[in-house]
Design a protein around this ligand. Structure first.
Ligand code: GAL
Length: 400
C-alpha cells in the first residue's frame, strides 16, 4: 500500500477515535479485580458504572453521622458490599449554615459531631468509600454554603477529609455557564491528586453528555429528579432514548439514583426499574434505608446476574429496539457477544411480549436464554416470549 494512503487510513482511524463521543472501549480488566474498584488511576476512576448508596431519596435532610455509620455497617452485613456496592454518599444538608473563620466549608457539628475526617476513616475501615455533595452555585439546593468560586479550597478540604466521590449539583448557579462552573471543580479535584469520582448533577439541562468527560466528569445526570413512582421511572426512561452513544467506561449517563425499596412502588415495578437501570449502564446508587430493607428489596438490589449486565466491561449502554406503545423491547450487547434483553410492560393490564432472534441480531435457530429474575434457563427456537404482569419487566441473557 502506498505510504500516503496508509498514512491517510491511520489518520482517519485516529480521527474517528478522537471524534467518537465515548472513549475507546478497553479490554476486560484483570480477572482478579472488581472492575469498578481496580485500576484506580486519576483518569480511570470509573471503568464500570459506580455502585453505592446515597442519602437523598430516602432521608432528604434528615441525615446524621450515626445514619452514615449504620448505613456503612448495613452495606457490609446485607451483602451489598460483596455484590459490588462501594460508595456511601452523603447528599445535601451535611454542611454547617455558614463557612468557618478561614472561609472553608464546615460540617454541621450537631448532626456530625465527630467531623468528616473521622467519618471517612470509619467508612474506609469497612472496605468502603465515602462520597459528599456540593453545588456549582452560591448555595446548595437546600441553601447551605456551596462551592462556586470556592472550588480550589473546597476540593482541598474534601481531599483532606479522605472523600472519594463528589456529587456536584446545579442550584443557585447565577446563570453562569455550566461548562465553566463544572470545569472549575473538575480541575480543582484533579489538582488535589486524590482519586475522587466526579458526578455532575446538572439535570441534563445543557446536554452534559456532550461535555461531561471534557470537564473531568465520570457520570452526569441526564434528567431532573427521580421520584418513588412508576410514572417517574417511565418518564426518565423515555429521556434516555438516543443517549446511548455518549456513555462508556469512565463517562456514564446517569438517569438518577435508585428508588428500589422506598415503599411506593410494587416489587414488580422495582424489578423493572432495576432491570432497566442495569441495561442502561446506570450508576447503581441505592437510595433506600439499608438498615431495615426487606428480603425482597435485598434480593432485587443484590441480583448478581443483573448487576453483571450493568458492570459488563464492554460498557455498551443498552437501547430500545422496539416500541409497541405500552410494550417495549430494550437490548444491550454484552462484551461476550451475548445479548441482554428487557421486555417491558408499561401498561396497567398483563400482556404477552416476544422478540425474535433476528431482532436481537442473533443467528436464526436455537439459543439458550437465562431468565435473570426467575433464575431459570430455557432454549429458544426463534422467539423469546414472556407473559408480563401490569407494570413489570422480564430480563434475559440470550447466548450468541
Ligand atoms: C437536587 C438533586 C437531588 C438532590 C437534591 C438535594 O438538585 O437533583 O438529587 O441532590 O438536589 O438538595
Amino acid at each position: 500500500m502506498p505510504g500516503s494512503r496508509a498514512q491517510a487510513l491511520v489518520l482517519t482511524a485516529a480521527l474517528t477515535l478522537a471524534c467518537s463521543p465515548a472513549a475507546p472501549r478497553p479490554g476486560p480488566p484483570d480477572p482478579g479485580g472488581h472492575s469498578a474498584t481496580s485500576g484506580r488511576t486519576l483518569e480511570g476512576l470509573a471503568p464500570a458504572p459506580p455502585m453505592g448508596w446515597n442519602s437523598w431519596n430516602r432521608f432528604h435532610c434528615d441525615i446524621s453521622e450515626q445514619l452514615i455509620r449504620e448505613t456503612a455497617d448495613a452495606m457490609v452485613a446485607s451483602g451489598m458490599r460483596d455484590a459490588g456496592y462501594t460508595y456511601v454518599n452523603i447528599d445535601d444538608c451535611w454542611e454547617a449554615p455558614a463557612r468557618d473563620a478561614h472561609g472553608d466549608l464546615a460540617t454541621d457539628s450537631a448532626r456530625f459531631p465527630g467531623g468528616m475526617k473521622a467519618l471517612a476513616d470509619y467508612v474506609h475501615s469497612k472496605g468502603l468509600k465515602i462520597g459528599i455533595y456540593s453545588s456549582a452555585g452560591w448555595g446548595t439546593c437546600q441553601k447551605r454554603p456551596a462551592s462556586l468560586d470556592h472550588e480550589i479550597a473546597d476540593a482541598r478540604k474534601f481531599a483532606e477529609w479522605g472523600i472519594d466521590y463528589l456529587k456536584y449539583d446545579n442550584c443557585n448557579n447565577q446563570k453562569r455557564p455550566a461548562i465553566e462552573r463544572y470545569k472549575a471543580m473538575g480541575d480543582a479535584l484533579k489538582a488535589t491528586r486524590r482519586p475522587i469520582v466526579y458526578s455532575l448533577c446538572e439535570w441534563g439541562q445543557n446536554r452534559p453528555w456532550e461535555w461531561g468527560r471534557s470537564v473531568g466528569g465520570h457520570l452526569w445526570r441526564t434528567t431532573g429528579d427521580i421520584g418513588d413512582r412508576w410514572s417517574s421511572v417511565l418518564k426518565i426512561l423515555d429521556q434516555q432514548v438516543g443517549l446511548e452513544q455518549y456513555s462508556g467506561p469512565n463517562g456514564w449517563n446517569d438517569p438518577d439514583m435508585l428508588e428500589v425499596g422506598n415503599g411506593h412502588m410494587t416489587d414488580d415495578e422495582y424489578i423493572a426499574h432495576f432491570s432497566l437501570w442495569a441495561l442502561l449502564n446506570a450508576p447503581l446508587i441505592a437510595g433506600n434505608d439499608l438498615r431495615s430493607m426487606s428480603d425482597a428489596t435485598k434480593r432485587i438490589l443484590t441480583n448478581k446476574d443483573v448487576i453483571a449486565v450493568d458492570q459488563d466491561w464492554g460498557g455498551m449502554q443498552g437501547h430500545k429496539i422496539r416500541d409497541d406503545g405500552e410494550l417495549e423491547v430494550w437490548t444491550k450487547p454484552m462484551s461476550s457477544g451475548d445479548v441482554a434483553v428487557v421486555l417491558l410492560n408499561r401498561d396497567t393490564t398483563a400482556a404477552k411480549l416476544g422478540v425474535t432472534m433476528r431482532e436481537l441480531s442473533l443467528s436464526s435457530g436455537r439459543h439458550r436464554a437465562r431468565d435473570l429474575w426467575a433464575h431459570t434457563d430455557r432454549v429458544v427456537a426463534d422467539t423469546l416470549a414472556a407473559t408480563l404482569p401490569r407494570h413489570s419487566a422480564a430480563m434475559f441473557i440470550v447466548e450468541k
